[in-house]
Design a protein around this ligand. Structure first.
Ligand SMILES: NC(=O)c1ccc[n+]([C@@H]2O[C@H](COP(=O)([O-])OP(=O)(O)OC[C@H]3O[C@@H](n4cnc5c(N)ncnc54)[C@H](OP(=O)(O)O)[C@@H]3O)[C@@H](O)[C@H]2O)c1
Length: 383
């Protein structure tokens, strides 16, 4: 049995991960769960999966959780920033599923790497903020990072048995989000409710907004550059509204391998949990007769400047991607609270990037300091 620690268990990826676990109780055992503030869901997960250790963000929530659970068999309950770090590194896990949202996922993911534990990585912000550091440390420790993001999982799958030097380009697919066909003038008035309505995927609020601005694809270009060791100019984007092809690899001979499937995150999650095996999964099969057409468009960097900013951050590197990520996190939160308009999100990110003098990436402390600076700077633009 593989012992799992799941960071962000109450979120969209966390819940899908537990649904794969529930379908394969003979394969997996849950030893640790880290959540934020959704105590009711965490309590249900504890009752169902019996982890030995759980963490919550605030101490008061820890006390509430203790009250919700019967004394018998209640897990150890941690709180604060060190909670997810301990769940990741000190619960005897064989695999850590890193699925918190935002750069807060960085420290627990690094802690798992330091402890030599393989990682199923959904938390793309970790690789955006500190990719070269994380990859270098994972290589030194011999820790595999298995992508969960559907695009990167698709590339990872297409690369099985291939030589990295045979890659010419990577192609990430993007649904284009809910505003793919909207005129630029309409985008100014987009509401949070409209932006939260993704056409194909059910995801947490932050990544859903990132998909609507196409900042998600920006983060993914940076993530792919880091994970697969290619410069950003060899990573292209196809707008593919059906979200059936999850990404493609073009090889030096012109041959292209793609991975296809229904848009269900349980597929890349299950692959990351059981790699290199595949587990049978319940769910509707891919029916290409019914889908009929797979279509492709070029991304529009004018209407969706977030993607242009992502390429710039990937190209210039150093601490700039961390600034893009931190400013975006703050701007998305402000948009969801109705404090800035939809087009304010890329404007805030661009302003923070312009105000930053990128440095070579050297240490976790430096990344955390840059992250703090960019968050404060972005917040000051919205006062
Ligand atoms: N959803 C997808 O389909 C998808 C696809 C590809 C990649 N990803 C990536 O996977 C990650 C998770 O996305 P998601 O959609 O699952 O997000 P989500 O639904 O918002 O869930 C986020 C999780 O992180 C927890 N969390 C947030 N802040 C925390 C903190 N300070 N301490 C501890 N836990 C904290 C939340 O806890 P509470 O809810 O308890 O507060 C929740 O469990 C993101 O990096 C996203 O980009 C997601």
């Amino acid at each position: 049995m593989k012992r799992l620690a799941i960071l962000g268990s109450t979120g969209s990826i966390g819940r899908s991960t537990l649904s794969v676990v529930a379908e394969h109780p003979e394969e997996f055992m849950v030893v640790g769960l880290a959540a934020g503030k959704n105590i009711e869901t965490l309590a249900e997960q504890v009752r169902q999966f019996h982890p030995a250790v759980v963490s919550v963000q605030d101490e008061a929530d820890g006390r509430r959780l203790r009250e919700l659970l019967s004394r018998n068999g209640a897990p150890e309950i941690l709180s604060g920033n060190q909670g997810p770090v301990q769940v990741a590194a000190s619960t005897g896990a064989d695999l850590v599923v890193s699925a918190m949202v935002g750069a807060v996922g960085l420290e627990p993911t690094l802690a798992a790497i330091e402890a030599g534990i393989p990682i199923a990585l959904a938390n793309k912000e970790t690789l955006v903020a500190a990719g070269p550091l994380v990859m270098a440390r994972a290589r030194q420790k011999g820790v595999p990072l298995i992508p969960v993001d559907s695009e990167h999982s698709a590339i990872f799958q297409a690369l099985q048995g291939q030589r990295p030097e045979d890659i010419r380009r990577l192609w990430l697919t993007a649904s284009g989000g809910p505003f793919r066909t909207w005129e630029a003038s309409r985008l100014a008035g987009v509401s949070a409710a409209e932006a939260l309505r993704h056409p194909n995927w059910e995801m947490g609020p932050k990544i859903t907004i990132d998909s609507a601005t196409m900042m998600n694809k920006a983060l993914e270009v940076i993530e792919a550059a880091v994970l697969f060791g290619l410069p950003a100019d060899r990573i292209g984007v196809y707008i593919h509204p059906q979200s059936i092809i999850h990404s493609l690899v073009e090889f030096v001979d012109g041959s292209v391998l793609a991975q296809l499937g229904v848009p269900d995150m349980r597929l890349p999650i299950a692959y990351a949990l059981s790699y290199p095996r595949r587990l049978p999964l319940n769910g509707p099969p891919l029916d290409l007769y019914q889908i009929g057409q797979l279509t492709f468009e070029a991304p529009d960097l004018e209407r969706f400047p977030g993607l242009r900013l992502g390429y710039e951050a990937a190209r210039r590197g150093g601490t700039l991607p961390a600034v893009l990520n931190a400013a975006n996190e703050v701007a998305v939160a402000a948009f969801l609270k109705g404090r800035i308009p939809f087009l304010g999100i890329p404007r805030v990110v661009e302003a923070a990037m312009a105000a930053h003098d990128p440095q070579e990436l050297k240490s976790l402390d430096q990344v955390l300091a840059v992250n703090r600076w960019a968050r404060d700077y972005a917040a000051s633009l919205m006062d």
